[in-house]
Design a protein. Structure first.
Length: 523
């Protein structure tokens, strides 16, 4: 719908016009949806005598958010007169009738056109605006509808079915990852009540908060609060509201609008399914990152080049859907820790060295058990351990190793292609030769000399670690500095032996691994 800044809505000022006599025309050409509070505007100039239009009946009572959407081919003033006569005669639809007789007064009813259009599209436009402005019960006063197989919204809701899914649902503006603001901690709009924590959640307090300090509409305010609840809180709330509704269904009350809306939103939250992202059928060429030269190769660009595609013996689309992935070389963990070697060869050292490190001895156990890296006298080893067991030392640039790593990845990819595409491996020889030559050319262009100082390759550091491992065990430990713990080897082995030999959890056996497994095959 085109929006025009100069669109106006005016009284016709004729003596016979009931809208003019009762002053029941809403002259504001702008109107809002009740859930998102989006603003829309009448598309053409209108008055009490406007024909062929979609109209909106709303309630003039302050903070009453309920509205009814309809269409008329006659003049607007005659359509309002028809609604008023039906209400006075008791023949209007139950939702409109109850609202303007039991809860509010017929004098509170105001009307205005919101979309002036061709008579042929009126029914479709009526459905469009019911959904756009969220006027379907319990969010509004429209009950008789024909949308998505629903004919009576009132009955639909009473049966526990969801109306909210018929709307163009409002997307939740999720915060960016790492912003420090999430569903639990982000602040509510100014003037709104904070949602209680899960342990303190009280459904009745939540219901009360839905009508406190409402800045726009109760619908929007309620939806914002409810969409921030955690699912366990939503389950607790829907059970509580359902019990309230059971006690109130016999006597129709204005409070049911709010309760049915809360239940509808809860059911929507509990039944909505996250759309599954389509799986991308991508194959990867896995390359081991042996040294920094690997980063100089744009393998993804090479394999998808025109020359590469021309030489590839299989489906070109298969190659175009192929990506490049890298796996890193080993960390320092296996080189600096020795707990697994100790477990395989449980021999208690002849002498305990704990007295040489008194400041690190545990007062209760009488042995060294510490996460303090200061116990390591070798500064280079200590600084290396400060970086954590998942640290990788840089490798010196080596063209041969980089090329061999790429070739290994290409060979594995060809093996997979041969099986998937049912093509003999020999057919890939021309393509493989081209790829490896392009890779070698890239490596030679960037083969600047790069010498990497590796702490664990130094003879002095190797000797220190060997001597240190003779008396201490370096193990990964949670909540220690860099997750590393240092334990006296004598004490470590004593505890291991006690656990294995005296706990009753293990039995010494001469059986082979295969025979043990075979005994439990049928279990």
């Amino acid at each position: 719908m085109d929006s025009t800044a100069n669109v106006t809505l005016q009284y016709c000022n004729t003596p016979q016009c009931k809208i003019c006599r009762l002053q029941k025309l809403d002259e504001n050409p702008n109107f809002h949806s009740s859930l998102a509070f989006n603003t829309y505007q009448l598309n053409k100039n209108g008055s009490c005598k406007t024909r062929n239009c979609i109209y909106m009946i709303s309630c003039s009572v302050e903070n009453c958010h309920l509205k009814n959407i309809g269409f008329t081919t006659t003049m607007l003033n005659k359509r309002l007169a028809g609604h008023r006569a039906n209400i006075l005669n008791g023949t209007e639809g139950c939702i409109m009738l109850d609202h303007f007789t039991k809860f509010h007064n017929i004098c509170d009813m105001v009307i205005k056109p919101i979309d002036i259009c061709d008579a042929k599209v009126l029914r479709d436009r009526e459905k469009y605006w019911m959904q756009k402005l969220n006027s379907i019960y319990p969010y509004g006063l429209n009950s008789r509808i024909d949308i998505q197989g629903i004919h009576d919204a009132h009955e639909h809701v009473r049966n526990g079915d969801v109306i909210y899914k018929t709307f163009n649902t409002v997307k939740n503006n999720r915060t960016k990852k790492g912003s420090g603001v999430n569903r639990q901690t982000r602040p509510f709009p100014a003037g709104t009540a904070q949602v209680p924590n899960l342990n303190d959640f009280d459904p009745q307090t939540f219901i009360n908060n839905c009508t406190i300090n409402v800045s726009h509409s109760v619908n929007k305010h309620c939806r914002m609060l409810l969409m921030r609840l955690k699912l366990p809180e939503v389950r607790q709330l829907v059970i509580y509201v359902s019990k309230l509704l059971t006690s109130e269904l016999a006597n129709y009350t204005y409070n049911q609008f709010l309760l049915f809306m809360i239940r509808d939103l809860c059911l929507y939250r509990l039944t909505i399914k996250q759309e599954e992202k389509p799986k991308k059928n991508i194959k990867y060429i896995m390359i081991t990152h042996v040294n920094g030269l690997i980063e100089e190769i744009n393998l993804n660009k090479v394999i998808k080049s025109r020359d590469s595609l021309d030489r590839f013996p299989g489906d070109k689309e298969y190659l175009l859907k192929t990506g490049t992935s890298y796996k890193y070389s080993k960390t320092i963990r296996n080189s600096v820790t020795n707990y697994s070697k100790v477990a395989k060869n449980i021999e208690i050292p002849a002498q305990c060295k704990c007295m040489d490190y008194v400041q690190y001895v545990d007062s209760h156990l009488g042995h060294v058990i510490t996460g303090n890296m200061e116990i390591i006298n070798n500064i280079e080893i200590r600084n290396l351990l400060y970086k954590g067991l998942n640290f990788r030392e840089k490798q010196p640039h080596n063209i041969q190793k980089a090329q061999a790593s790429v070739q290994s990845g290409i060979d594995k990819f060809i093996d997979d292609c041969s099986v998937t595409l049912k093509i003999n491996k020999q057919m890939f020889s021309s393509w493989k030769k081209f790829i490896l030559q392009r890779v070698l050319d890239d490596l030679k262009k960037n083969s600047n000399t790069h010498s990497a100082y590796r702490v664990l390759d130094q003879a002095e550091n190797k000797s220190f670690l060997k001597d240190f491992h003779e008396h201490f065990v370096i193990v990964p430990v949670d909540k220690a500095a860099k997750n590393i713990g240092i334990i006296c080897k004598v004490f470590y082995i004593q505890v291991l032996k006690k656990e294995v030999q005296e706990s009753g959890n293990f039995v010494i056996t001469s059986e082979t691994t295969t025979s043990i497994i075979s005994r439990y095959d049928n279990i």
